[in-house]
Design a protein around this ligand. Structure first.
Ligand SMILES: Cc1cc2nc3c(=O)[nH]c(=O)nc-3n(C[C@H](O)[C@H](O)[C@H](O)COP(=O)(O)OP(=O)(O)OC[C@H]3O[C@@H](n4cnc5c(N)ncnc54)[C@H](O)[C@@H]3O)c2cc1C
Length: 407
């Protein structure tokens, strides 16, 4: 079994698509479980390509061992940062249509309109099948705006990188944290491309649901999947609704709490449960939902005007945020307290607390990948009760053991 086959076999592929971009022998395809996975013929990938893949694949390695303009101040939970604040897109329609405050879209528009980049790599609805995701390369403000909003389904935005580099285009990438880790590592090896891949933007990610999650949500709304004209997971308000418009222009809606909390997050890919970076630690800028805290300390999903959490992680990211504020594209509020993020993004915190016990259980069953630096997680793990640590260990052990027997 080669390294890539092992990543797929151990179910730690994140579906980023970078391997498919660097090798014309690999194509990203939906697996029977509904995730995007590299597809290739046995023995078709050269040793040199596999060697390259081993250096960046997020199913193999996610580690802070790179040299770039990242801040050397880092929090064990939220990663490296210069500044953390909330904010929103100045233009009302950008803010309204974005998932949270529309900041990622506003920054992308700023880069295009100031001609800092030729295009933006991101993800939008499929042109032929709007309930699927499609990688988009947007060259105009209109294109960027039409692809704003989060899409809670598999995406492989890095599959287009090589062709853009071959055309010597200058671009920014908006992608999941695992994708961004892959491209940051790729740039570390191929530093000649740093002038082309100018900015890396990410969002916090609680995990990628299988396309089966989307199908189940559409079904729950009593819509025939073949009758879907448009599908948005969020946006048009904050948090906004899972909204389907059918071919007769009839609208069907489900709240964020019901769609994400009730269906989509029950379909997460396995790797996301042991993900060490759900917060885009390798990006220049990460955005997330700057939820208000509700009673009981949990985030409130009451509809209101969107607010993005903005984490500026590199000096390039800081510069860009300042330019976008000056240019009138975004508005930044006062700084955000790190320990307040623990309360509004509780899942990100608990997942990091649970990784060591889950990885230990996997190790006992013979799983090795991916390679993380676990030292930063030790203090998070030991601050938990022994019962919680044991519960996570046993839960993961039994789940994977059952799956192994089933396979
Ligand atoms: C799978 C998933 C899980 C998430 N989990 C969390 C979480 O735990 N906590 C949290 O605060 N936020 C989470 N978000 C992100 C959140 O919904 C917002 O995207 C984030 O707050 C940025 O909002 P914005 O208004 O600035 O972005 P927008 O202005 O709406 O721009 C979003 C950008 O992301 C791109 N994009 C959308 N979906 C995808 C995708 N699947 N893959 C790659 N690019 C994509 C769009 O093309 C667009 O450029 C998640 C998003 C996704 C897709």
């Amino acid at each position: 079994m080669n390294l890539l086959e092992e990543v797929i076999d151990q179910d730690v592929c994140a579906g980023c698509g970078l391997c498919a971009s660097i090798s014309d022998k690999i194509e990203m395809k939906l697996s029977k479980e509904g995730f995007l996975r590299p597809d290739f013929l046995p023995n078709s990938i050269s040793d040199d390509t596999l060697e390259d893949i081993s250096k960046f694949c997020p199913g193999i390695i996610v580690k802070h061992d790179l040299n770039y303009d990242v801040s050397n101040v880092s929090d064990n939970v939220w990663g490296p940062y210069f500044n953390i604040s909330s904010g929103f897109a100045t233009k009302k329609d950008v803010r309204y249509n974005g998932s949270s405050g529309g900041v990622l879209t506003a920054l992308s528009v700023f880069l295009l309109e100031t001609k800092e980049v030729d295009c933006i790599v991101h993800v939008g609805a499929g042109t032929k099948l709007p309930y699927l995701n499609e990688t988009k390369v947007s060259f105009t403000t209109e294109d960027v705006l039409s692809n704003s909003g989060s899409r809670y389904a598999p995406s492989s935005p890095l599959e287009v990188i090589k062709s853009l580099l071959e055309d010597n285009l200058i671009f920014a990438v908006v992608a999941k944290p695992c994708d961004i880790s892959a491209i940051r590592r790729y740039l570390n090896v191929k530093s000649e491309f740093k002038k082309n891949i100018k900015y890396l933007f990410s969002f916090m990610c609680a995990g990628v649901p299988s396309i089966e999650g989307t199908k189940e949500t559409i079904k729950k709304l009593n819509v025939d999947i073949n009758n879907v004209k448009t599908l948005k997971y969020r946006g048009e308000g904050w948090p906004g609704f899972f909204k389907v418009v059918d071919k007769n222009s009839k609208e069907y809606k489900m709240s964020y709490n019901e769609s994400w909390g009730g269906i989509l997050n029950k379909h997460l890919q396995f790797r996301c449960k042991i993900c060490i970076d759900g917060t885009g630690e390798f990006a220049d800028i990460t955005c997330a939902d700057a939820w208000d805290e509700a009673k009981g300390g949990y985030p409130s999903f009451q509809e209101k005007e969107g607010q993005s959490l903005i984490i500026e992680r590199t000096s390039k990211g800081v510069e860009l945020i300042n330019k976008a504020i000056k240019g009138g594209y975004i508005i930044k509020n006062k700084p955000f307290n790190l320990r307040d993020i623990d309360k509004i993004q509780p899942y990100q915190l608990t997942r990091k607390q649970n990784i060591i016990s889950r990885k230990m259980a996997l190790k006992m069953l013979g799983y090795n990948l991916p390679n993380y630096n676990l030292r930063s997680l030790l203090s998070l793990t030991v601050n938990q009760s022994p019962q919680k640590i044991a519960k996570n260990f046993v839960g993961m052990f039994l789940r994977k053991l059952k799956q192994k027997k089933h396979d």
